[in-house]
Design a protein around this ligand. Structure first.
Ligand code: HSE
Length: 335
């Protein structure tokens, strides 16, 4: 499988590390033999149609430098999308940071990849939140695979569980905690910590977005809800269709009051007709009353009833494990 990787931050580097340490096992168990023909980061790129050495990529990134500085194959500066037309490869993996304003540069990258009949995996929520119905249509039209497991739930297979395991039933509604940062903040506030201190901790622990207002104001949860609604419920919605409210107005006192009544406050994303994100007071013994940075999502199906999946919703290795899951699936579809 010939691959070009875009984005070499925490998730990108974690993926390369996993591909390196799991090389033999991935080949024996799944027939996965990835060859990295190119890596692109924010300051340059490196291309070798014979395959780049993963150790060398990781070494240069560990030094805090760009892959554009790699010996022989590196080139500093912007990557022009036209370059893709001159390389023969099978899969483009986009792990660039989320841009929720216009989805760029990932949105144009994914569209170009589809037009070149390339399979795509992305962990970037921006293009999906803003243009998921269009992207799904384009992938279908060009007859390519498009997977995005890492965009929702980190390594927890929320999308796959609903899509595959609940196949044959009818999912009527989805409700869940889709953002680890706000869940961490609310959990800590329940213990008496101030909002700003809890947010600082979430940033240090690495859950928060580069711009944490995306977490706090519910935009990250809403983006993930758009992905679930499109992929699982077949709804053709984008971010503008979600009613969004964050957790800025919640005070320690609100959490204390809820606790006295055996309840807690959680930022719940739900789609049941209407798609919305809002802070809800729920019973302490509810399936969704998970603490810390955990995510939890309940799928309510017509026949199987309610099932809840709980797991870590962020992290480099966790999200990279989702990318590997997508790679194995695409490998299977390629025949
Ligand atoms: N900022 C996100 C969160 C990271 O807190 O859940 C994972 O998408």
């Amino acid at each position: 499988m010939r691959i070009i990787i875009f984005g070499c931050g925490i998730v990108g580097r974690s993926l390369l590390e996993l591909l390196k340490v799991r090389k033999k096992e991935l080949n024996i168990s799944y027939g996965l033999a990835p060859k990295i023909l190119g890596v692109v980061d924010s300051k340059g790129f490196a291309i070798n149609t014979e395959g780049l050495n993963i150790d060398e990529i990781l070494r240069i990134k560990d030094l805090g430098r760009s892959v554009g500085e790699m010996e022989n194959y590196g080139k500093k500066g912007a990557f022009e999308l036209e370059i893709l037309e001159n390389i023969e490869f099978d899969l483009l993996i986009d792990m660039t940071p989320t841009n929720i304003v216009n989805g760029e540069p990932a949105l144009s990258l994914i569209k170009r990849a589809f037009s070149l009949k390339l399979n795509v995996i992305t962990t970037n929520k921006g293009p999906l939140a803003l243009a998921m119905p269009l992207l799904l249509e384009l992938a279908k039209h060009n007859n390519v695979s498009f997977r995005f497991s890492g965009t929702v739930g980190g390594g927890t297979p929320l999308l796959d569980f609903a899509k595959k395991c609940l196949m044959g039933d009818k999912i009527l509604a989805i409700r869940g905690i889709l953002n680890g940062t706000t869940n961490y903040i609310l959990t800590e506030m329940e213990k008496g910590k101030e909002f700003s201190e809890a947010l600082r901790e979430a940033q240090v622990k690495g859950f928060a977005e580069a711009d944490p207002s995306l977490d706090i104001d519910g935009i990250d949860s809403a983006s993930k809800l758009v992905i679930l609604a499109n992929w699982i419920l077949g709804k053709k919605i984008t971010l503008k269709d979600v009613k969004v409210q964050g957790i800025r107005d919640i005070r320690v006192k609100d959490l204390e009051d809820a606790k006295k009544k055996g309840k807690t406050i959680k930022l719940i994303a739900s789609v049941n007709g209407e798609a919305k994100v809002e802070a809800e007071t729920i019973p302490k013994d509810s399936n969704l009353a998970v603490s810390g940075s955990l995510n939890a999502v309940s799928f309510i199906s017509q026949y199987a009833g309610e099932e809840t999946i709980i797991g870590r919703g962020a992290g480099g290795k966790e999200t990279a494990s989702s990318v590997i899951r997508d790679m194995i699936e695409i490998r299977g579809l390629m025949g």
